[in-house]
Ligand binder design. Sequence first.
Ligand code: ADP
Ligand code: MG
Length: 253
Amino acid sequence: MAEILLSTRGLSRDFNGFRAVDDVSLDIRAGTITGLIGPNGAGKSTLFNLLTGMLRPSSGRVTLKGADVTGLAPDALFRKGLGRTFQIPRPFARMSVLENVMMAPVAQSGESLLGPLLFPARVAAEEKRNRERAMAVLEFVTLAKLADHPAGKISGGQMKLLELARVLMGDPAIILLDEPAAGVNPTLTGILIEKIEELNRQGKTFVIIEHDMDFVMRHCDPVIALAEGRVVFEGSAAEAQANPVLLDAYLGS
Ligand code: ADP
Ligand code: MG
């Protein structure tokens, strides 16, 4: 079996006495596309927020590539190879699509206060490299022709591709996607899936929250189900499809 890239042990998070994530222990193996399912309010997004440092756990641990990363901030986790997108994308609406991608957090010496004054040529060269990399990433997600459009003016589905582009700038080993297909038209969902599977073949690991069971069963393996903050199922997509409780809860309706 492949190495464990990301794992949790006894992970919990309370909001004013309400336990949104309850004693979750799971392992995400390198090279998988893991599907995370569960009804609304099950704690999926909260779990993502705990994994990506947006929220601190009330108790429990998170481990990335064997190192304890519990409580690290999102940018520190991003530098360690963990990228994520949001359920509701929020690009800088008035900036162009290209500028949004160029602003994604990657190591940049041009960001230091004195860098531009002391090393203008180096900064210009880096800016050029960054721009070229951003254009290449936009090309990959099929948004190159929208590079100069204001990011606030593109469709919801294109915003999801833009989010993926921003994440890819950091070249993360593992990418967490929160409902990538929700509200996206079938054409763009098709492109998104194609890109996810291409990146996965190149070795990237994905964890995907998705409501669309058809999407999960076709593209995710293994599948983890949450309900009321707890893991209620963990297994292959085939096992998920044969599980009567899951069938009832998610597939029957
Ligand atoms: P899911 O993504 O599975 O739909 P969430 O993780 O968004 O579920 O929410 C799980 C539960 O935690 C819900 O009952 C939600 O209302 C609650 N919750 C999430 N975030 C907060 C918060 N910041 N403050 C209080 N309650 C929250
Ligand atoms: Mg959610």
